[in-house]
Design a protein around this ligand. Structure first.
Ligand SMILES: NC(=O)c1ccc[n+]([C@@H]2O[C@H](COP(=O)([O-])OP(=O)(O)OC[C@H]3O[C@@H](n4cnc5c(N)ncnc54)[C@H](OP(=O)(O)O)[C@@H]3O)[C@@H](O)[C@H]2O)c1
Length: 428
């Protein structure tokens, strides 16, 4: 029976769950992969920390970097996290020393994935990162294997469970942003510092990885990113009245041979599939030819879902064969043009909180005409007591740069009570 010696570095939430899983499921994994997985070594930062797992003395290695030099290690599972520091050192050294690597670290792959893939290819070892994108949703292996026949034109969806939980709870429980964020932290859905989830950076890292897999390109930082912190209860209520839900979506799409990557809150029709994905779930939708549209949905984070993805990667290594980390050889990956979204057309929801006085509405609509942006729908909600009015405009399809110019010009008017808002509408 073939054997594969594994070292797990990082024994936190994910590492300790994986450690137990591999011990409990060694037989079935051996039967399925025709190769015996052995946890030869483990390492973490603090040797004396109390852990929920039973580590044999012979398994513990004090200096995690030593593991990359040990002859009897075939595969290193990196579960430290972060794009720099120990995780980066570990993965670079492991690949240089011809060890296979499995990692759940999206920050590292989104930043150094191209360099790491080149080293892995040169040294004929695997670099697998299924768990780095959308936890238990097997989107990377689907793109690399199940959907290999297809020319992908678009990938989009909900890639961050925390922000989806916040937006759907604001809607379902009629609570404001801060109340829901507090609850999300209490329930363990949001970290104590949830900024990367809320400002769109987490989705951006995942989207970069997915888009390079879809379009056979190198990782590209030309990506528009906007988070959810400015969405309030009024926007959610307005969206509902207009027949929409608000979701934080990531999109990578090929339009006229140009690629657009964008992450922003999006109004989507209530009856659409994505609108029905609530709570911490993730959903990924792929448009490809000849397959058409494929959808995968599931738990985006947590030890269980992440371990499911890690074991898929470990099994791939157990079965043998060296694969290209990004599905295609680094020599064949393309340097495509990634466009800014300025020239892309969107229909949008624009909200203006203004002083309720004559002439304001006509001034606003004149500014729309100035930039040739036509209005599809206009709703005005006056508040007599506050002498203010909320004006909601749904625009027809217009270039992003003109929509931005409208926002910028109207922001400067003295009748404006708070910063105007724009939320793009998904046309699907
Ligand atoms: N949590 C999730 O739901 C989730 C989902 C998908 C992907 N991921 C990714 O999975 C990875 C691990 O996440 P996690 O939630 O398990 O993190 P975690 O609970 O914070 O665990 C991190 C582990 O890394 C170890 N570590 C830190 N610095 C180290 C160093 N200098 N040398 C050696 N070990 C060091 C820590 O050691 P000590 O135990 O000794 O402190 C700890 O065991 C991250 O890349 C994360 O993005 C997590």
């Amino acid at each position: 029976m073939r054997k594969l010696n594994i070292a797990i570095v990082g024994l936190g939430n994910i590492g300790s769950y994986l450690f137990n899983y591999l011990n409990i499921n060694r037989k079935i994994l051996t039967d399925k992969n025709n190769c015996l997985p052995i946890i030869k070594y483990v390492s973490a930062k603090n040797k004396n920390k109390k852990r929920s797992i039973k580590i044999k003395k012979s398994q513990w290695v004090n200096n995690y970097l030593e593991i990359t030099k040990l002859k009897n290690v075939d595969l290193i599972v990196e579960l430290i996290g972060g794009s720099e520091g120990p995780a980066k050192k570990l993965v670079f050294n492991a690949l240089k020393n011809k060890k296979h690597v499995v990692t759940a670290n999206k920050a590292l792959i989104a930043k150094y994935g191209d360099q790491l893939a080149q080293i892995a290819e040169k040294n004929r070892v695997n670099l697998e990162f299924e768990a780095s994108v959308c936890g238990g949703v097997p989107i990377i292996r689907s793109l690399k294997e199940g959907l290999i026949a297809n020319k992908i034109s678009k990938i989009y969806g909900i890639f961050n469970g925390t922000s989806n939980y916040i937006l759907s709870s604001m809607d379902n429980q009629k609570k404001n942003f801060d109340e829901v964020l507090y609850l999300a932290k209490k329930l363990g859905y949001a970290e104590s510092n949830p900024s990367a989830d809320i400002n769109g950076d987490d989705v951006s890292s995942k989207l970069k990885i997915l888009s390079s897999l879809c379009f056979n390109s190198f990782l590209n930082n030309n990506i528009y990113v906007e988070g959810i912190k400015d969405i309030d209860k009024t926007d959610i209520d307005n969206a509902n009245k207009l027949g929409f839900k608000i979701k934080l979506l990531g999109f990578a799409e090929l339009l006229n041979n140009k690629i657009y990557q964008r992450v922003h809150p999006t109004l989507i029709k209530k009856e659409s599939y994505v609108a029905s994905i609530d709570g911490v779930l993730n959903a990924v939708i792929v448009d490809g030819k000849p397959v058409g549209q494929s959808t995968i949905q599931g738990e985006g984070a947590g030890p269980e879902a992440t371990t499911s993805a890690l074991v898929s990667d470990i099994s791939s290594v157990l079965r043998g064969n060296v694969k290209f980390p990004f599905s295609i050889s680094s020599k064949k990956r393309k340097k495509l043009i990634f466009e800014k979204i300025d020239e892309r057309f969107f229909s949008a929801y624009l909200r203006f909180e203004v002083i309720d006085k004559p002439g304001v509405l006509s001034n606003i609509t004149n500014i729309f005409s100035k930039y040739n942006v036509s209005i599809k729908r206009l709703v005005q909600n006056p508040d007599k007591n506050k002498k203010s009015s909320s004006i909601i405009i749904i625009s027809h399809n217009s270039k992003n740069k003109y929509l931005n110019k409208i926002i910028k010009e109207i922001s400067k008017k003295n009748y404006v009570k708070r910063k105007p808002k724009m939320i793009r509408i998904d046309s699907n």
